[in-house]
Design a protein around this ligand. Sequence first.
Ligand SMILES: [Zn+2]
Ligand SMILES: [Zn+2]
Length: 353
Amino acid sequence: MKLMKKLALLLSLAFAATGCGSEAVAGVPETPIQQEAATDAALEVHFIDVGQADCALLVSDGHYMVIDGGNNDDADTIVSYLKKEGVKTLDAAVGTHPHEDHIGSLDAIINSFDVKTVYMPKIMHTSQTFEDVLDAIANKGLKIKAPNPGETFSFNGLPVEILGPQQEYGDFNNNSIVLKVTAGETSFLFTGDAEEAAEKDILNAGYDLQADVLKVGHHGSSTSTSDAFLQAVSPKYAVISVGTGNKYGHPEKVTLDKLQNIGAAIYRTDLLGTVVCSTDGQNILFNGVSGKTETTAAPAVAEPTEIYIGNKNSKKFHTEDCSSLPAENNRVYLESREEAISLGYQPCGSCKP
Ligand SMILES: [Zn+2]
Ligand SMILES: [Zn+2]
C-alpha cells in the first residue's frame, strides 16, 4: 500500500532501531541534557485557540516547539501566530496522534518553518490529512522520530520526558504521545487525547506524574482523566483545549467536577481564547496574571447558573431533575437554553425547560 510504504520509509530508521536503547534518526543527534545547563528555566506555553483541536507552542529563550497542529483549517491562524511570536525554526514538532484535530495543520507548520525533529507515534491513518503531513515531512527531507517512552530529550536545556504511548493500542487516542516538560521547579504534562487505558499503563510504568499544569486529555472528555491518573498528576492548573458548542459535549461535566474537586484552576480555550501560561521556573502565570490568585476569580471556573441535559439521539433537552433523562452516554451537557436551541435541541414536553 502506497501510504504504508511512505510511512515505513519515513519511520524506517526508527523501526530498524527497535530494541536498541536509542531510536535517534540519522542527522538528528540526541542532545544530552547535561550539555545545555538549564540555568534559565523560563518557559512559555501558548495554548493557541484552534477551536475543537489542540495546538500548543512552547517558547524558551528564542527556542520554539509545537505540540499538535490544530485542524486543517487552522493553518493560517497557527502559522501567523507562530510568525508573530518570532518563530523561524522549531526545535521539535510533535503530532501526538493522527487525528485531524491534532495534525491538521502540521503540514503547513512544516512547510512554513524549519523543523529540526518531528515526533509522531508509529501508527498510520488512511486519511488525506495524514498523507499530507507525511508528504510535508518527506519534502523537507525530514524523518519521523517515533516516541520511545522513558527517553528524555532537551528543549533549550529543559527536559522533555516521553511518558507514552507505553504500547501500541488499537485506537488512535490511546497512541497519543504524552510528554512531561520540566522548567525549574515547575512542570507541564501534555497528554494529547490519551484515554484511560493509556493513562493506566503510564501510571503502572512508575513515572513521577506530578505536574503543575495539565493539558487535560481529549478536550475534557470523560474517557480521559481517570481518577487514579488525575490523583497522580495533582495539577494546580488544568488547561482544556476545546471548541465552543462542539458536537461531542466536551468538556464533560464529570471531568470539570473532578478537576475542581482536586483544586485545579481550569482554563478553557472556548471561554478564554488563547491561553498563555508562563513560568520563571518558580512561579506560574496565566495570561500574565498569577494563576494562584486567579483560581476562584477566573471566568473559566465560574459555574454556569443553569445546566440542561440534551439527549444525543432524540435531540430533546431537559432540566437536570427531569424524570426522563437520557442514559449517561447519550447525554450532552448544555449551559443554557440558547446553547441547546442553537445546537438543534428541542425542549422536552414534560419538564418544559
Ligand atoms: Zn483524537
Ligand atoms: Zn482531539
